[in-house]
Design a binder for this molecule. Structure first.
Ligand code: MV4
Length: 579
């Protein structure tokens, strides 16, 4: 029987797993990086093991250190949470080699779903519709043209080892195929270590609906219901709900059964999520996530199940504590992710710092899964998710009202958060009428420029307080620049300021790649370097044609928002100093 679990994660999900352990009478062992000594998950755990290093790569992503911690702590099982090593088959295998149980699926299932081409083949084998596309690696740009001519444009080029939205390139016409293929293959190689790409017809207004499945070691597999996850920006979800609004019972059942068949083809064990795109009443398999997801609480709220406790029981060899027939779904649940980000103008700029005060809402049907308390630091090294506000109510309108009220009660100071963005979304008629899609936040939602969270920072002398519709806001003083110019242009090219040869980082992050050298000629729109933040890499582009005058970026370098990384001199003055 499992009596000691090492939690190979941090933040709110480590807290969630530690709580489940406590309820099950299991001793929890936290791990922590140098930056996380004294973090909330460490304070809550029964025991803790330090890891050396502060960056994710040096600490929570270092397999060898984690396995050493498993051995040193005497843990009998490891819960990986989500992110970090949760979908790393080599880690799952190393945990088993160390004599402990990996609380997750077998390594072979992780591998099958990690390669999106073999995942598509698995779905086909399960008789599940995939987005029309290819199941062998692309050979050249001619494949893209042939596919586009046959199935229609736009076409998506996706990295076989990408996933979660990373490494997708949308091609609108045959004319774009050559460049798009070359850069997709380059980025796939640079980003994932595998250049293989495949094609899909690109759906322009889909909803993202995913199905929770659960399998045990005895061959049972059950679907628990779907989550609507379309409200997202830059492939990071903001709001999730269960059930999906305007979604038929028949489609739900068909999707659930399809997800179970995919899991069975993969030889799945434990909690898994099968992602689908849903458009015009049809659903298409996208990927399978072989982990517990951030948004699992909305499924817990409507089913009354504890998915983390179930994961631990299943890892211990127990049969599922429910059957397909016994699972009931009641009411409606919504989750709002509270991130340390300045959502002003829809830019969602990561803004780590110290949470100086925090009061979480209470009351019937309100749940807070948090990783921080007042005085804790949201570090620039990791995901900036502070916590998740989850509500349950009898139906969707009641859940939206409850969430709106709970957001009003949530008081968090010290860092800007996504709270103001949530309030705008929850009141939007497109959201209320479920007329949104995966691109709705980026294409339709207008968020005010008002940096609401600047309140209390007036000492800079660059802001002033104003009252709008009965609420106090702090806005920049006229003429005062409180942040670098928006890097997200009207046409939605991130990481580029049209007409400018000064390439700056649009967010706090780490330089991953430098793509040009001093003296090199570049086109307007050409990528010059790439910065990673929140697991997402953004290629920064020159806004002008010209010659690279200066490269200040170096791979691995941590950069604040607005840092100048590359200077491009305009073509006319090539070779001279940029203005
Ligand atoms: C797509 C798509 C439209 N058509 N594939 C992004 C995340 C990754 N799991 C797959 N993604 C998409 N694939 C085709 N053929 C649109 C998206 C997409 C998306 C999907 C899920 C959640 C959010 C998204 C946001 C933008 C695009």
């Amino acid at each position: 029987m499992i009596t000691r679990v090492l939690v190979a994660n941090r933040g709110e999900i480590a807290v969630r797993v530690i709580r489940a352990c406590r309820e099950l009478g299991i001793t929890s062992v936290a791990v922590y990086s140098e930056a996380d000594a004294g973090a909330r998950h460490v304070r809550l755990a029964d025991e803790a093991v330090g890891l050396s290093g502060s960056t994710a790569a040096e600490s929570y992503l270092d397999c060898a250190q984690l396995v050493a911690a498993v051995r040193a702590s005497g843990a009998e099982a490891v819960h990986p949470g989500y992110g970090f090593l949760a979908e790393n088959a080599a880690f799952a295998a190393a945990v088993a080699d160390a004599g402990a149980v990996f609380i997750g699926p077998p390594p072979a299932a992780i591998d099958m779903m990690g390669d999106k081409l073999s995942a598509r083949l698995a779905a086909e084998k399960a008789g599940v519709a995939v987005v029309p596309g290819t199941t062998v690696a692309l050979a050249d740009a001619a494949d893209v043209v042939a596919f586009g001519e046959a199935y229609g444009w736009p076409v998506a080029i996706k990295a076989a080892f990408g996933g979660g939205g990373r490494g997708i390139r949308v091609v609108a016409s045959a004319a774009e195929a050559r460049d798009a293929f070359a850069s997709a293959a380059f980025e796939a190689e640079a980003g994932f270590g595998h250049a293989e790409c495949y094609l899909e017809r690109y759906l322009v207004w889909p909803r993202h609906i995913e199905m929770q499945v659960f399998a045990d070691t005895q061959g049972q597999c059950v679907w628990l219901g779907e989550r609507e996850c379309s409200i997202q920006r830059r492939h990071q979800k903001l709001i999730e709900e269960a059930p999906a609004p305007a979604f038929d019972d028949e489609v739900r059942r068909a999707m659930g059964e399809a997800a179970v068949r995919v899991a069975q083809v993969a030889g799945y064990v434990g909690a898994g999520t099968v992602e689908f795109l849903y458009e015009d009443g049809e659903f298409f398999f996208l990927e399978m996530n072989t982990r517990l997801q951030v948004e699992h609480p909305v499924t817990e709220m409507v089913t009354g199940l504890d998915l983390v406790a179930e994961q631990i029981r299943v890892a211990d060899g127990a049969p599922l504590s429910f059957t397909q027939e016994s699972v009931e779904r009641r009411g409606h649940a919504i989750e709002c992710r509270i991130n340390a980000e300045d959502a002003g103008g829809g830019r969602f700029i990561p803004s780590p710092g110290t949470v100086t005060s925090l009061r979480v809402p209470e009351g019937p049907g309100v749940r807070w899964d948090g990783g921080y308390e007042a005085g804790d630091v949201v570090s620039p090294y990791y995901d900036n998710l502070i916590g998740k506000l989850v509500v349950w109510a009898a139906d969707r309108p009641a859940a939206i009202a409850r969430m709106t009220a709970a957001l009003g009660e949530l008081q968090l100071e010290g860092v800007p958060t996504t709270i103001p963005a949530h309030r705008v979304i929850l009141a939007h008629t497109d959201f209320l009428e479920a007329r949104h899609s995966t691109v709705w936040v980026e294409q339709r939602l207008e968020l005010p420029e008002i940096p609401v969270e600047e309140v209390g920072r007036e000492e800079t002398g660059r802001s002033q307080e104003v009252r709008v519709a009965g609420r106090w806001y702090t806005i920049p003083r006229p003429g005062a620049e409180t942040r670098p110019p928006p890097q997200r242009s009207e046409r939605g090219v991130p990481g580029m300021v049209a007409g400018s040869g000064t390439v700056t980082s649009p967010m706090q992050g780490t330089v991953t790649r430098v793509l040009v050298e001093v003296g090199e000629a570049v086109e307007a729109g050409q990528g010059v370097c790439a910065v990673e933040a929140m697991k997402m890499e953004t290629v920064l582009r020159s806004g002008i044609a010209g010659t690279v005058a200066e490269v200040r970026a170096t791979p691995g370098q941590s950069v604040p928002t607005g840092e100048v990384l590359v200077l491009v001199a305009p073509a006319a003055e090539a070779g001279s100093e940029p203005a």
